[in-house]
Design a protein around this ligand. Sequence first.
Ligand code: COA
Length: 153
Amino acid sequence: MTSSSSIEFSHYQFEDLSLNDLYNVLKLRSMVFNHQQRLIEISDGKCIEIDDKDSNCIHIIGKLPNQQIVATARLFDKQSPLKWGRFAVDPNHQKTGFGTQLLDYLDSIIDSKPIEMNAQSYLVDWYSKFGWSISGSEFLECGIKHVRMIKNM
Ligand SMILES: CC(C)(COP(=O)(O)OP(=O)(O)OC[C@H]1O[C@@H](n2cnc3c(N)ncnc32)[C@H](O)[C@@H]1OP(=O)(O)O)[C@@H](O)C(=O)NCCC(=O)NCCS
């Protein structure tokens, strides 16, 4: 783990992502969900990281000054409530504040619109600090406990 430094956030529609950024977003998600969290193994091969939904999303990217992408998430912006997910921070930089910065950035772009997510249950207390509330019962997704959380509704 390295110490926290500032990262610069930006967001793009899928078709406006550079090839390089797209590659590095997918690489980061694969590193976090497939390798760190072992979702392929836990879900018995049923969890597909690259799931054909990315072209419907805005992609949030957090870059270090050296341009390395260390944080990402995707936002389904053409629906109400909005929905977001695939929230991941580079394992070498987790727990140094980048996830918190991304949550603040998300707030800055959604303009207080209603939004939902399927949150991994281990993070419920943390998300609650940012105004998210539980809506419904816990369920398994990709072999991991999740709960629907909502904000601004
Ligand atoms: C969840 C995640 C995006 C948070 O990003 P981050 O940069 O690590 O977050 P921050 O450093 O800003 O804040 C850390 C908070 O995350 C939570 N957290 C992160 N990793 C955790 C872990 N392994 N166990 C429990 N809580 C954890 C803690 O609540 C912590 O808050 P605290 O320091 O106040 O206790 C990042 O840890 C990650 O990519 N995890 C793996 C993928 C994942 O779980 N994605 C979210 C799916 S809903």
